[in-house]
Design a protein around this ligand. Sequence first.
Ligand code: DGY
Length: 318
Amino acid sequence: MLRVLVTRRWPEAVEAALAEEFDVTLNASDTPLTQTELARAIAGYDVLCPTVSDCVDAEVLCGGDRVKLIANYGVGFDHIDCAAARAAGIAVTSTPGVLTDATADLAITLMLMATRRASEGERELRRGDWSGWRPTHMIGTGLQDKVMGIVGFGRIGQAVARRAKHGFGMQIAYHSSSEKAEAEEVGARYFDDLHALLANSDIVSLHVPGGAATEHLMGAEAIAAMRPGSYLINTARGSVLDHTALADALRSGHLAGAGLDVYPDEPDVPPALLEVDSAVLLPHLGSATREARVAMGMRALENIRAFANGHNLPDRVA
Ligand code: DGY
């Protein structure tokens, strides 16, 4: 029977389903594994099931030669050195599709919170500083007819576009490596130049994968190219964004607000952002619905099952 190591707590239903079919080691305390423990797992198990909170780098992958499958719990896999895994003959799978709606919903949540100053307003009220209704109190920005600029038009970017168009009457624009047929449904305008998209958007929402290719895609120059008074939303990966440049743009008022769910060095949050009232900051909740988290686990299980039976892996990424 395959030996499987799960690095963090998963929803109970999935842990039970896994335990029925495999010799599973679960992490009841939910304490993140150290790099040494991860390397040991490579030597002692057939399948490793990490999450975004594990750094499965080349050094870890050199820890042994027993693991043959890394079944990641999550759609993003930039925390796994796929080139090193490939070189070591280890397959890698992810969990696409099942967290699209949850993550798109959270991007919209952040957009609403940032444009309607929801965190700032709640902080004022909890501090006891609210002096009552008045016509000029905490004015935000409406969304009808505003342009939602989507960077990365994959599953989640498209789901955000549908919500923005059909739910809020926004116009949709997008940037990606090529034009997408799916853009037609929401009448989205394509920009092959990122800075042109940024200059034409009132809200920018990031939906590109993490990793070297997109590191600081939204750096100081890109942020400067955004429309004065616009908003930036990030539910993708923290590495995509230069947080120092973002904090500067929020402080100077060039950007009216930002909504962030992800950070470069989680769980650390760039201190400069903690001090800016117009930044809405959530703790990586994109896929945090019961439905999505169970479906993610079941998807990982399907990949392990396929591996155990010698079938093609449905969600292989390396
Ligand atoms: C994902 O699925 O990539 C989420 O960000 C959690 O890892």
